[in-house]
Design a protein around this ligand. Sequence first.
Ligand code: 5RP
Length: 262
Amino acid sequence: MTEEMSPIDKAKFVAAKRAADFVEDGMRVGLGTGSTAAWLVRCLGEQVRDHGLRIRGVPTSTRTAELARAVGIEVITLDEAKWLDLTIDGADEFDGDLNLIKGGGGALLQEKIVATASDQMIVIADIGKEVEHLGAFPLPIEVIPFGLQTTQALVEETLISMDVLGRDSTLRMNGDQAFVTDEGNHILDLHLKRIGNPRQLALVLNQMPGVVENGLFVDICDKVVIGFGDGRVEVRDINEGTVAQDRIDFPEADNLFSDLAD
Ligand code: 5RP
């Protein structure tokens, strides 16, 4: 399996593998969504099966819930957990303050609820996700189906007065149908190019009727584990102000993750 992995997949894998070290016995863990988070779920499943790690996981999507159950992680709801020790999730972009754009996989609403209900959030990402300014990746916002086009027009109008470089938006599609989130909503992707003030934009977007949540995560992430294609990992802790380097060896013959679909 590892021979066939691209450098980006290797980077995602090593970030996830290193982040799994932060999960301790007995923890209630928020499980993110996306290809990097899927590596994490696999790594944790291995720890559960082979090393007796006891954790309860709160998935951020039906996809992640299915994968977590398949690899042997006990899955509970957020309301059963009430509060989480740690959430580990991927991101589409992160900046030097560990502000994030998330939602490329369409799960931003559950991801933000889960991350906010956690003592700590760790982001796992390949080095290509680091940016100086957020916004090159289109910002996803979750909107309710009722009055969708009116909401879209209102969002674009509001963006005129925001510190952004673009204000076009597109409705995310799944084939010829509008993409539907786990909560039955749709996603608008905002093509902003550069977001000058993520905190202000996040607040303004969430004031708008019809907008359920936006993919800007401001002051939520505590650590980022950055993976490189050659096996290096870097752990940056925004609270401690520390940076630590490490290296993860790729397993020689590893078919553990061969059925990974995400
Ligand atoms: C899903 C997300 C993902 O974490 C984000 O899109 C990154 O995905 P990947 O790890 O596949 O690059 O926010 O809603």
